[in-house]
Design a protein. Structure first.
Length: 256
């Protein structure tokens, strides 16, 4: 098994080292910025390269993980847990995946605030409260987690009424609250890896929706992919140290 992992890791490293030396667009840049200045040929090459890297990364992650963690990109639990005793490893992975998706959205929002792209930032910041947070309520009840509705609402309310510094403080409070909930789950390496795998899978879905034929058709979806990869990187870092882990981290960095 170790030999197989080493072979896969080395192959991944070779692909990264020898991948085409093209300029890749910053996920936070819009159609009127550097991305549009590339030639049509360059953008198509970039799109194909990034899709290929994500597909390969996801394929390797599915090969590494056990059957308990095989799930849809954004898993939906048929029977919501009723008590802490009913929480399984798969439940934990699903719970933390949703928390991590929220962090991905918010990371993008924070980057956009820093770039003074407030309208786009507001869309990313308000998305978790509108679509994801409600799905977490049964898990909060089952795990006695405090939730972070007040922090999330306070952060979303910063747009248009405060400075970037005030938003940054509110953003850090939300991210810290989520980090504390995740830490209390005490995930092992296998579970952390499962969360990362789900995030990478969803990043590929968002990337495909946001970029077609080398052209950004949905900037928000395209940016979401970058945010999910950013958070996936954190969960891979929490796995037990190994050559395979370092190779995966390199591959995530290349796909961002």
């Amino acid at each position: 098994m170790l030999t197989n992992l080493l072979v896969v890791a080395l192959k991944m490293i070779i692909v990264i080292i020898y991948r085409p030396a093209t300029r890749r667009p910053n996920a936070l840049q819009g159609s009127g910025m550097r991305y549009s200045e590339m030639t049509a040929k360059e953008t198509v090459r970039i799109a194909r390269l990034k899709t290929r890297l994500l597909k390969m990364l996801l394929g390797v992650m599915f090969a590494f993980s056990g059957p308990v963690l095989v799930a849809a990109p954004v898993p939906v639990l048929a029977n919501q847990p009723e008590s802490a005793a009913s929480i399984t490893l798969s439940d934990q992975v699903e719970f933390v995946t949703k928390l991590a998706l929220i962090q991905g959205h918010l990371w993008v929002a924070a980057q956009l605030v820093e770039a003074d792209q407030m309208t786009l930032a507001a869309k990313h910041a308000k998305h978790p409260a509108q679509e994801v947070y409600q799905e977490l309520l049964p898990f909060f009840a089952a795990t006695d987690a405090p939730g972070f509705a007040q922090e999330l609402e306070h952060m979303s309310g910063q747009f248009g009424v405060s400075t970037g510094g005030a938003f940054e403080h509110a953003y850090e409070q939300v991210m810290a609250a989520i980090d504390n909930i995740v830490a209390n789950q005490r995930l092992n390496s296998l579970a952390n890896f499962g969360v990362a795998k789900n995030l990478v899978a969803q990043a590929l879905v968002e990337y495909r929706a946001g970029l077609q034929s080398g052209v950004i058709v949905d900037l928000q979806e395209y940016q979401d992919a970058r945010g999910f990869l950013q958070i996936a990187e954190k969960f891979i870092q929490r796995c037990e140290a190994s050559i395979a882990r370092e190779a995966l981290l390199m591959q995530v960095a290349a796909a961002k």
